[in-house]
Design a protein around this ligand. Structure first.
Ligand code: CP
Ligand code: NVA
Length: 330
């Protein structure tokens, strides 16, 4: 498997074999990390990390992984760089590609990261756009594989806003890997028909199935993984909260949902999550709308069914795999 020089912009650009390779490489890198085996395989290289939206996991994962691989990293925060304001994306991409060996970009439309990649001579990695969150998917795959021992045939039910980065990406992930994807939501929040059609074509090759239902109990019955995401994503206006709460409250992940799924079902979430009142936004929503919990109850989040912190740790190992595979010439 040779991914040297490739961009990592969305899972649609990769074959199931390439995705499996990255997940398995991440598993090997995790094993080395746990054993304390140092391997600065990319010593002397440098990466630029552009964040036009905030981040905890993705930023830290890139920085720690770069350091473990012997690389330097430069973080450009959402306000301090010239990107898009005083300097075009195309010019920025060409400037950074002259100084760095790889570029991570988190921002708004997918076309921006695609544009950066088309103007960059070094690999570009998507750290989240409105449409896709591909590095999160590698972490989810590693976590599911660690827990269940395999990927093919796993049934993943996603509750909530299924038409944004996480929902879209989980559907693509399941289609590529021969898994069963169920979007369980108000039909306003299903992925676009165009993306569904693309995924249905992929599913014909891989044996995956895709379902879309508004019925929580039918949709989650027998699921191996119950997954959700926040109801309002970064970059969306505050005004959408009221409608979102009304539309998505029936799709909160509760213990009844977990019980309906069955004994073996686990809970996953890319994080951050509003499962209690210990966040600023959580408190605001409580004041305005009286909600104590949003997309998932605290009971589920804190239960032994929840594998969200293992999932978060796996962001680092999988991002390390992406950088190693695309930057190391064999
Ligand atoms: N899951 C995820 O991307 O988290 P951050 O926004 O903290 O990077
Ligand atoms: N859908 C969320 C994912 C955060 C990791 C957002 O875009 O804010």
């Amino acid at each position: 498997m040779n991914l040297y020089g490739r961009d990592f912009l969305k899972l649609l650009d990769f074959t199931p074999q390439e995705i499996s390779y990255l997940v398995d490489l991440a598993g090997e890198l995790k094993d080395k990390k746990q054993k304390g085996i140092l391997h600065e395989e990319l010593k002397g290289k440098n990466v630029a990390l552009i964040f036009e939206k905030t981040s905890t996991r993705t930023r830290c994962a890139f920085e720690v992984a770069a350091h473990d691989l012997g690389m330097g990293s430069t973080y450009l925060n959402p306000t301090d760089s010239q990107i898009g304001k005083k300097e075009s994306i195309a010019d920025t991409a060409r400037v950074l590609a002259g100084m760095f060996d790889g570029i991570e970009y988190r921002g708004f439309e997918q076309e921006i990261v695609e544009n950066i990649a088309s103007h960059s001579k070094v690999p570009v990695w998507n750290g989240l756009t409105n449409e896709f969150h591909p590095t999160q998917m590698l972490a989810d795959l590693l976590t599911i594989k660690e827990h269940f021992g395999h990927l093919k045939g796993i049934r993943l039910a996603y509750l909530g806003d299924a038409r944004y980065n996480t929902g879209n990406s989980l559907m693509v992930m399941c289609a590529k890997m021969g898994m069963h994807f169920v979007a369980v939501s108000n039909k306003k929040y299903f992925p676009s028909q165009e993306l569904i059609d693309t995924c249905q074509e992929i599913a014909k090759e891989t044996g995956a199935t895709l379902e879309f239902t508004e019925d929580v109990f039918a949709g989650t019955k027998g699921a191996d993984v119950i997954s959700t995401d926040i109801w309002v994503s970064m970059g969306e206006p505050d005004e959408v909260w009221e409608e979102r709460i009304k539309d998505l409250e029936p799709y909160r992940v509760t213990m009844d949902v977990m019980k309906n799924a069955g004994d073996k079902a686990v809970f996953m979430h890319c994080l951050p999550s509003f499962h209690d009142l210990n966040t600023g936004i959580g408190k605001d929503i409580k004041n305005k709308y009286g909600l104590d919990e949003m997309e998932v109850t605290d009971e589920v989040f804190e239960s032994d069914r929840s594998i969200v912190f293992r999932e978060a740790e796996n962001r680092m190992h999988t991002i390390k795999a992406v950088m190693l595979a695309t930057l190391k010439k064999d």
